[in-house]
Design a protein. Structure first.
Length: 334
DNA sequence: AATTCGGGGTC
DNA sequence: GACCCAGAATT
């Protein structure tokens, strides 16, 4: 059990957030279930400053759940281009169609029903409950994990279930039945602006006297640093096939990296080519491997099961392109 | 329980 | 470079 009374914890956070919290984020204006859903999906593993322009563009093109449901996949993916974790975009459109087709257009409001939405897990379900409905909705994300692990001196790695279980137990215990929206926002704001991963601002923290890690002068030891591993290196070969001002692109299959995005055709991994002076190349680092790629000029490609399209330069803006591929094209086309 | 999904911000 | 970010789905 936490060593701080839930009511005291709530008062401290709500009081702090009133004067020090964030109140002008785009998704805090008219926090409808749809707007909260979109923002929360975009914010998964993605920083607030990165999301803001994507969120604004998205709401302009897809103002309602229905607009999203009837959009084309290319429209959706092109708006998500550059944001990463592209299954989020495909799941978000699935979510819109699911709510319209299977929920009769009524946006779910119970935690269990929210978690049944494609792309919505335990955190996002709690966030939608809190932010859209202002109902009880515990949340544990990276901010909350850091805050709780310090205040309550909980050791563990993010991917360990026993550790997660403790964090969720505390979240459920501390989350109020009133002021749910403000409390959830306060948790995130505390984690994002005070209880930061690096150089936390303990001197300004209203929980300083209650924080076990601070009392033990071990704030820097929480949460436990995850063991670093060397990213494996992969070599891939892509093909540059150009005819009459048009470039041949293929749609990346799902599952897999860049699924749903358009990309240069990729050579089979088993095929090995001798390097040529005319080859282009690029490097790219993903979260779990490092890519060294070469790009070979060719006249044609062998038949493929994948969707293929010839695009001229003007049409490139209308589709989702893998970011390093887009950069390569912009750099080398003409 | 461990992996697979991205890409940019930041130091 | 290394680390981090309003995690979820899959294996």
């Amino acid at each position: 059990m936490p060593h701080v009374q839930a009511s005291d914890f709530q008062k401290i956070l709500l009081n702090w957030a009133q004067s020090q919290g964030r109140h002008d984020l785009p998704w805090q204006i008219d926090p409808s279930p749809y707007r909260v859903l979109v923002s929360e999906i975009m914010l998964q593993q993605t920083q607030v400053a990165t999301v803001i322009p994507y969120f604004e563009r998205w709401m302009k093109l897809f103002p309602t759940l229905k607009d999203l449901a009837i959009a084309s996949e290319d429209e959706v993916m092109s708006l998500w281009q550059g944001l990463g974790y592209y299954s989020r975009a495909r799941n978000l459109q699935k979510a819109a169609r699911y709510i319209i087709d299977d929920c009769g257009g009524d946006f779910p409001s119970e935690l269990e029903d929210l978690e049944a939405i494609p792309g919505v897990g335990r955190y996002t379900a709690g966030a939608i409950r809190s932010f859209a409905y202002d109902h009880y909705g515990p949340i544990v994300d990276g901010n909350v994990r850091r805050l709780f692990s310090r205040v309550f001196a909980i050791e563990g790695l993010a991917n360990q279930s026993a550790y997660q279980k403790q964090l969720w137990f505390i979240a459920e215990h501390l989350s109020p039945a009133q002021n749910c929206r403000d409390f959830a926002q306060a948790l995130l704001d505390m984690g994002a602006t005070l209880c930061k991963a690096k150089s936390p601002a303990c001197e300004r923290c209203p929980l300083q006297q209650d924080c076990l890690a601070y009392q033990q002068q071990q704030v820097a030891l929480f949460p436990s640093p995850k063991p670093k591993k060397v990213l494996p290196l992969r070599h891939e070969t892509y093909l540059w096939v150009e005819q009459q001002q048009q470039l041949l692109l293929v749609k990346r299959p799902s599952p897999g990296i860049w699924a749903g995005l358009w990309c240069l055709p990729q050579l089979e991994a088993t095929t090995v080519l001798e390097p040529k002076a005319s080859d282009l190349s690029f490097q790219h680092t993903f979260s779990h491997y490092k890519l060294k790629a070469s790009v070979r000029h060719q006249q044609s490609i062998p038949p493929s099961e994948l969707d293929t399209r010839w695009l001229n330069k003007d049409e490139l803006v209308n589709v989702g392109l893998a970011t390093p591929i887009r950069k390569l094209i912009e750099k080398h086309w003409r």
